[in-house]
Design a binder for this molecule. Sequence first.
Ligand code: CMX
Length: 133
Amino acid sequence: MNISHIEHIGIAVKSIEEAKKYYEGVLGLKCYATEEVSDQKVKTAFFKVGQTKIELLEATSEDSPVAKFIEKKGEGIHHIAFSTDNSENALLEAEHKGVQLIDKHSRKGAEGLMIGFLHPKSTFGVLTELCSK
Ligand code: CMX
C-alpha cells in the first residue's frame, strides 16, 4: 500500500484547551489548525513534528468514539495514521489480506484527507487509519 510515513498520531483528550498548555507550553510545539469533524463527533487540534503531526481529539458528544475511548481507557494514544498513495486501494488491500475494516470505503477526514479505519481487533490493538491526499 506504499506507506511513506506516519501522517499523524491521534491522542484522545478531555479538553483540547487544557492539553494545549502541555503541547505548546512545555514541548514548545505550535497548534497550526483546529477543525471540527462533525460526522466523527470530534474537535481536532494539529501540531507539526517534522513530517508527522500530533492530532488532539476532543469529543463533541457523549456517543463520540473518543468519549467512549476515554471512558474505557482514559486519555492517551487513540490511533496511528499512515500516509498511503491511495487510501481506497489501501483499504481494499487490507481487506483482501483478512483485516477487518471499520470503513469499507475511504471518506473525507480532517485537513481534506481521504481516510479509512482498520479495526483494532485485527491490528494488534492499535486503531489504524490509512490516509491519502
Ligand atoms: N484503540 C484500541 N482499541 C479500541 C479503540 C482504540 N482507539 N477504541 C475502541 N477499542 C476497543 C475497545 O477497547 C473494545 O475492546 P474490548 O472488546 O476488548 O473491550 C473494542 O474496541 C470495542 O470498543 P467499544 O468501546 O465497544 O466501541 P465500539 O465498538 O462502539 O467502537 C471502534 C470501536 C474502534 C469501531 C470505533 O471507535 C470507531 O469506529 N473508531 C474509528 C473512528 C474514530 O475513532 N473516529 C475519531 C477520530 C476522528 C479523526 O481522526 O478524524
